[in-house]
Design a protein around this ligand. Structure first.
Ligand SMILES: Nc1nc2c(ncn2[C@@H]2O[C@H](COP(=O)(O)OP(=O)(O)OP(=O)(O)O)[C@@H](O)[C@H]2O)c(=O)[nH]1
Length: 597
């Protein structure tokens, strides 16, 4: 009975209490008892727990009685970070309503806006919720007004809750049932289900998360992924309560999982449509897109022997996360390694941490870069994933970079500082508007390369932590860019090349050379570090020679002590790479991010 199903998600800025509220809803509907409760039940990846952020979407079924009727509430948990925007949009497409959760002290933030607009685009019914009203500093009336100004929600419709104490949660459940519309769709029609997430189970293979839009899927049926064109048999299906609970069928409006003996997550595409096999299969649902990798970096084992271990580790990771990709890369300086593509910087950090914690390989990572487009003199467009692939200046007709639209929400007194920062980052102002008495939203178009490294941190620090940033891709635009190379003792270090603005190249070149001088240890001979564009050297630093003998202090005696010191020195050399006969540390490979500030 679709009339008694409600599918909804919670959208919120980071730390506004989404996971805590989800836990309270599970508790108030009796889905989990107090005794098997652990903090934040929906975030089940360890890493998510450590970082306190929700990375992967999850879905939980809650059953409850309301006015004598049985209801099924499906809570679909969405990731909050911009890196995972596509996953958010697919999760939203599975819901009829959204709880728009705002912290009663912090007020509306950049991700609140981004997520609320996305929910509106999907025509979801929005329930405005003000959380943390137990806080002494709470200012729910002002926040309700901010929400009205920014998002057009009626202050009288705001449900006030404390996810911590549970206050207001019963009223919220009541609102979900009475206000959010039930799913529509014909249970007797041909099966059409949306894949909104997937994860990997070591024993069962890929687990596909679906929302049934029309029809019914039953255990044992043969299903087809419409976009991928693959056919599988459903060996198990069911819902999350919050653990997997198998059932015989999933019908229109329901949210659950399918297990079909699929060996790799790469075979399950988020946004794909599931239908039954046969000539009367349903058409694909709209909105499908391939994940777009926005940031690339090189990963190299510091010990060349570990190349195949690294490949195995990357393969294991890719099975769990199809949005991450890698391919072999060779660098003159770093040897054999991999060029890896990520959805964004946070995604990159997560993958790296997993690599380091799950395998014992010392890695050298090159500075992250965005994807560029170069149109060559023959009119062909080349996609550039690594700066060393940029052709020589004479062969380039047009050099394009990705641009993102950034919304920054800040208290009024920081407008000046943030505008200055965005302008320094080559931002073009698009809009400025006030959301409340003292909160403003600035909109800028900024090159992605200027955003990804540290714009968020810089905004945080120049607004004493109050500013928030969110961005979405606008497209590629031509710019006056060039490739800058770094030479160490006359040898070009390919892994240190960067793409930068021509006007900025001299300053960047000097900053990078200086930073490298600080990061490269002194050797027995003089080391010259140069920055160059084409054949023109724009900066030079010299690292003077030195003799370093760690055993010098060990006069006489004990050979084992000498050995120990030499061993220690050897360990210190891990994460080093030799260019010619110059040793370069991991930190030096990140020095190219230095902008001279
Ligand atoms: N005082 C008070 N604190 C709350 C309330 N709800 C959540 N918190 C606290 O706010 C912090 C963030 O809560 P989370 O539930 O982790 O926030 P979240 O939105 O899920 O965060 P992400 O998963 O990082 O997006 C935690 O320290 C919670 O204990 C509330 O109603 N009152």
């Amino acid at each position: 009975m679709t009339a008694n199903i409600r599918n909804f998600c919670i959208i919120a800025h980071i730390d506004h209490g989404k996971s805590t509220l989800a836990d309270r809803l599970l508790e108030h509907t009796g889905t989990v008892m107090n005794r098997d409760k652990k903090e934040q039940m929906l975030d089940d990846l360890d890493l998510e727990r450590q970082r306190g952020i929700t990375i992967k979407a999850r879905a939980v079924k809650m059953k409850l009685k309301h006015k004598g009727q049985e209801y099924e509430l499906n809570l679909i948990d969405t990731p909050g970070h911009v890196d995972f925007q596509y996953e958010v949009s697919r999760s939203l497409a599975c819901c009829e309503g959204a709880l728009l959760l705002v912290d009663a002290f912090q007020g509306v933030e950049a991700q609140t806006m981004a997520n609320a607009f996305a929910a509106m685009e999907h025509n979801l019914f929005i329930v405005p919720v003000i959380n943390k009203i137990d806080l002494a500093m709470a200012r729910p009336d002002e926040v309700a007004e901010e929400m009205m100004n920014a998002l057009g929600t009626d202050p009288d419709d705001c449900v006030r809750v404390s996810a911590k104490t549970g206050f207001g949660v019963d009223e919220l459940i009541n609102t979900i049932i009475t206000k959010i519309p039930p799913p529509t769709g014909d249970p007797n029609a041909t099966l059409q289900a949306m894949v909104f997430d997937s994860n990997y189970d070591d024993y069962r293979g890929a687990i596909t998360y679906v929302r049934v839009m029309a029809g019914t899927v039953k255990k044992g049926q043969k299903i087809q992924f419409v976009r991928a064109g693959t056919v599988h048999e459903v060996v198990e299906l069911g819902q999350f309560v919050p653990q997997r609970q198998a059932s015989d069928s999933l019908t229109t409006g329901q949210v659950g999982y399918l297990i079909c003996n699929i060996k790799s997550l790469g075979d399950v595409h988020i946004g794909d449509t599931v239908t039954i096999v046969g000539d009367k299969g349903a058409p694909a649902l709209p909105g499908y897109a391939r994940p777009k990798r926005m940031v690339y970096c090189g990963l190299f084992p510091s010990d060349g022997q570990e190349f195949s271990d690294l490949r195995d580790a990357l393969e294991r990771l890719a099975v769990n996360d199809p949005s991450f990709e890698f391919e072999p890369e060779t660098s003159d300086a770093l040897g054999f390694g991999f060029r890896c593509g990520f959805l964004g910087l946070l995604h990159m950090e997560i993958i790296q941490q997993r690599l380091e914690s799950e395998s014992n390989i010392d890695l050298v990572q090159t500075a992250p870069n965005v994807t560029y487009e170069v149109v060559d003199k023959r009119g062909e467009t080349i996609i550039i994933h690594k700066p060393q692939d940029v052709p020589e200046p004479g062969d380039i007709a047009e050099f394009r970079q990705p641009i993102v639209r950034c919304n920054v929400i800040i208290p009024g007194e920081f407008i000046g500082a943030v505008m200055k920062l965005c302008q320094e980052r080559r931002g073009i102002q698009k809009n400025q508007e006030y959301l409340g008495a003292n909160r403003a939203m600035l909109t800028y178009d900024i090159p992605l390369a200027e955003v990804v490294y540290d714009l968020h941190d810089k905004i945080k620090s120049c607004t004493r932590g109050y500013g928030t940033l969110d961005y979405e891709m606008v497209g590629y635009e031509a710019a006056d860019l060039c490739r800058m190379d770094i030479m160490v003792n006359g040898t070009r270090v390919d892994a240190l090349s960067i793409v930068c603005n021509k006007a900025d190249a001299d300053r960047r070149g000097r900053a990078v050379a200086k930073k490298l001088k600080a990061e490269i240890e002194r050797h027995m001979f003089e080391v010259a570090v140069q920055a160059a564009i084409g054949s023109r050297v724009i900066a030079r630093e010299t690292i003077s020679a030195m003799r370093k003998n760690v055993t010098a202090k060990c006069y006489g005696g004990d050979i084992s002590r000498k050995r120990k010191l030499l061993q220690k020195q050897k360990e210190g050399k891990k994460r080093m790479k030799a260019v010619g006969n110059v040793e370069i540390s991991q930190k030096a490979f990140m020095a190219v991010l230095s902008d001279g500030d």
